[in-house]
Design a protein around this ligand. Structure first.
Ligand SMILES: [Zn+2]
Length: 308
């Protein structure tokens, strides 16, 4: 194509640009005919993408690489929540998302908390007053780290997508079955890999692994609480040090999305190592995914716990 023939074509798109930009930021991102799905953070995004396949367009309210606990939403994101065909969320985990859902009342919402019984947030916040304790949720949100808890979300997403897009019923059912199988395979891999271990206690900066510990008979010791940004008290640090000595803990885990400072200082004081245990709350590495991170987590746990 010659330059002369391209010039008029170039002018037309430029003139249309403001319109296009307005279209992109409007409530509906599904102008291509796909179902517009909003997931509130990464593991729920995985379920929506895998179950929906090419019949859905999925966006996440938590930017890639961001920490989801305290996510803040722009007015455009709140509007998108209201206009989405489906929102997949975990109530009680991200207050900004809960508020936006209450405000905009989208037609279809899958709440992952409806399909699984959330565990109490044990051990966390033990130095705080009762009054402080009443101010936040008492349940541990990190259910996605137990792969057997994911199929209930898979089924709920498949059922709701089928309501929205009945022609996709067979696709959603087949995708849901395949994804559930992957979670079951992962569970079998974890059960086998963590069966015979010299140590069953692990120390982590962010107490995100209660469901994993519960499922595979391990003991999680958290330095900070459920909130990864919380600073541990001197009393908490002393208690963790005692556990490390008593239980022959070799490694202090920290996570990829939060500063490792506390974990590294403590490990250096005790002369033991640190390693990354990823709570799979978001992707720090765009080439990774839920399953590759879960497999990497299993490998570092097996080393730290001396599993055979
Ligand atoms: Zn977390």
């Amino acid at each position: 194509m010659s330059i002369a023939s391209r010039r008029p074509a170039l002018l037309a798109p430029l003139a249309a640009l403001p319109l296009i930009l307005t279209g992109c930021t409007s409530a509906s991102g599904a102008d291509d005919g796909t179902v517009d799905v909003m997931a509130s953070f990464y593991p729920l995004q995985v379920v929506a993408e895998q179950v929906g396949g090419d019949r859905v367009s999925v966006s996440s309210l938590t930017p890639p690489g961001a920490e989801p606990h305290d996510v803040e939403l722009s007015p455009a994101q709140v509007a998108h929540i209201g206009g989405a065909d489906l929102v997949v969320t975990l109530s009680g985990f991200q207050p900004a998302v809960d508020d936006a859902l209450a405000e905009t009342a989208p037609e279809h919402v899958v709440d992952a908390a409806d399909g699984t019984t959330l565990l109490p947030a044990e051990h966390a916040h033990e130095d705080e007053t009762a009054e402080e304790h009443d101010e936040h949720e008492d349940l541990d949100p990190h259910f996605w780290l137990d792969p057997t808890r994911m199929p209930s979300v898979v089924d709920a997403v498949a059922a709701t997508l089928t309501e929205i897009d009945p022609e996709g019923a067979d696709t959603f059912a087949a995708n849901a079955a395949a994804l559930t199988q992957r979670f079951q395979d992962l569970d079998a891999q974890y059960a086998a890999g963590l069966n015979q271990c010299a140590v069953r206690t692990f120390v982590t900066s962010h107490e995100a692994f209660g469901y994993l510990a519960d499922r595979y008979d391990l003991e999680q010791v958290g330095i900070s609480g459920i909130d990864p940004e919380a600073e541990p008290s001197p009393a908490r640090l002393a208690a963790v040090e005692a556990i490390v000595r008593d239980e022959d803990v070799s490694t202090i885990f920290f996570e990829s999305l939060v500063s490792p400072k506390v974990a590294e200082t403590l490990a250096a004081d005790l002369g033991i190592s640190t390693a990354v245990l990823d709570p799979i709350e978001g992707l720090a590495d765009p080439d990774a995914d839920y399953f590759s991170i879960a497999t990497a987590n299993l490998e570092v746990l097996r080393v730290a716990l001396s599993c055979s």
